[in-house]
Design a binder for this molecule. Structure first.
Ligand code: AMP
Length: 392
């Protein structure tokens, strides 16, 4: 690993600036899903145990450089205090006097970093000021690491910097899945559109042994191969791109798995009347909403020979039953193999966690990333500025 962790730092008596992602869903001032808060607890507890005083830096929502009262971090204080088992002090506008006057074991939360336009502009003035508030910087916000902001990269370049426990876990899991994986590696990429996952597909075909393409984006590939996809969601203008990806896969010896049978319906609706037909036989007045059982059987057989699985995106329109069937069946198999230790499985990005949760499979995966955009950019092979700043 090219980056330091908390174990490499001497934190006794030090103020530690910790960039966290506590952008949690709230309803009427109450946290409705505390997952992101729970994930940073090990970092905060370890810093306290090492004699350090954590000062939390975080964003909330998209205030775009303005003070938006509804996007204050203050309502999070009770949930954070509960999770850390110690009282958190909220500071709206940090001054040296106030910060330096805090007791050595204090946990401090500073107001939404994005209330200042200097945050997203990665303004050196803001990074410089933040760096004077602490002795050490710790980045525990992998999910914000694809953005070069004052609190994610600017400040990291000005002080001794390390990765927090969550950042460490995310990077280890992702490096284990794609940079130094145990082979064979299979990737599942599903979801709505090829256009939003082009770079992901391009990077994966060069690195994995099998690539399962599912969901709406599979329709674009079927159409590119000359099949009729009826009224399906399909990006006909992406035909050449889809063919290029298939070519690239062939050259790289990556097996592409597309649906061989499909579940079709006349409308995009829960409970819509449906039938399963061969991929070549989509009726002109119907749309493809899921992969069929033969396709699932093929995916399962690939999972059984694989040692590593990367998963992003559903295999069908999983929100409307019964078109969650292929996603659920494949996820259940991945969960079973992961639980038995036969497969290392890593999933992340947007809707994926919801789809795997819906299948009751998420808990058995080896690692579920909390990141959306950052997970995708990492899987696309991009350098994440927040991670690069820790490597310097
Ligand atoms: P993404 O955000 O790209 O991961 O896409 C997820 C979305 O793709 C979900 O809302 C699914 O309902 C949708 N999706 C998956 N398969 C299909 C399909 N065959 N037709 C239409 N939408 C689909």
């Amino acid at each position: 690993m090219a980056w330091k962790t908390l174990d490499d730092m001497d934190l006794a008596g030090k103020r530690v600036l910790v960039r966290v992602d506590i952008n949690v869903p709230m309803d009427k001032g109450v946290v409705t899903d505390a997952t992101r808060i729970e994930r940073i607890v090990p970092t905060i507890k370890d810093i306290l145990a090492m004699g350090g005083s954590p000062i939390l830096l975080a964003h909330f929502g998209r205030p775009k450089g303005k003070h938006v009262p509804e996007m204050s971090l203050k309502p999070l204080v009770p949930a954070l205090s509960d999770a850390f088992g110690t009282e958190v002090t909220f500071i709206e506008r940090p001054s040296h006097d106030e910060i330096f006057g805090m007791p050595g074991d204090a946990v401090v939360l500073i107001e939404n970093t994005r209330f200042s336009a200097m945050e997203e502009a990665n303004d050196p003035q803001m990074a410089g000021f933040l760096s004077t508030l602490g002795d050490v910087y710790c980045n525990d916000a992998f999910s914000a690491a694809h953005r070069a902001h004052a609190s994610t990269t600017g400040v990291a370049e000005l002080m001794p910097a390390c990765a927090g426990r969550l950042m460490q876990a995310e990077l280890s899991a992702l490096e284990g899945a794609l940079a130094t994986p145990v082979r064979p590696v299979v990737a599942v990429v599903g979801g709505a559109k090829v256009s939003s996952k082009l770079e992901l597909l391009g990077n994966l075909v060069a690195k994995v042994d099998h690539l399962v393409i599912g969901g709406g984006m599979a329709n674009t590939f079927l159409a590119a191969k000359g099949l009729n996809v009826g009224k399906s969601l399909c990006e006909h203008d992406m035909t050449d791109t889809a063919l290029e990806i298939l070519e690239k896969a062939k050259a790289a010896n990556c097996e592409i798995i597309l649906p061989s049978d499909i579940v079709v319906a006349a409308e995009f609706a829960a409970g819509a009347a449906n039938e399963t037909v061969a991929a070549e036989a989509c009726p002109a007045d119907k749309m493809i909403l899921d992969a069929g059982p033969d396709t699932v059987a093929k995916i399962v057989s690939v999972f059984e020979t694989a040692k590593t699985l990367i998963w992003n995106g559903p295999l069908g329109a999983f929100e409307i039953k019964p078109f969650n069937a292929a996603t659920d069946a494949a996820a259940a198999k991945a969960a079973e193999l992961s639980k038995s230790g036969a497969l290392v499985s890593v999933a992340g990005g947007g809707d994926t966690v919801a789809a795997l949760n819906g299948a009751g499979a998420a808990d058995s995966f080896t690692y579920i990333s909390t990141a959306g955009g950052a997970f995708l950019e990492w899987m696309e092979g991009k350098t994440l500025p927040g991670v690069a700043a820790l490597e310097q």
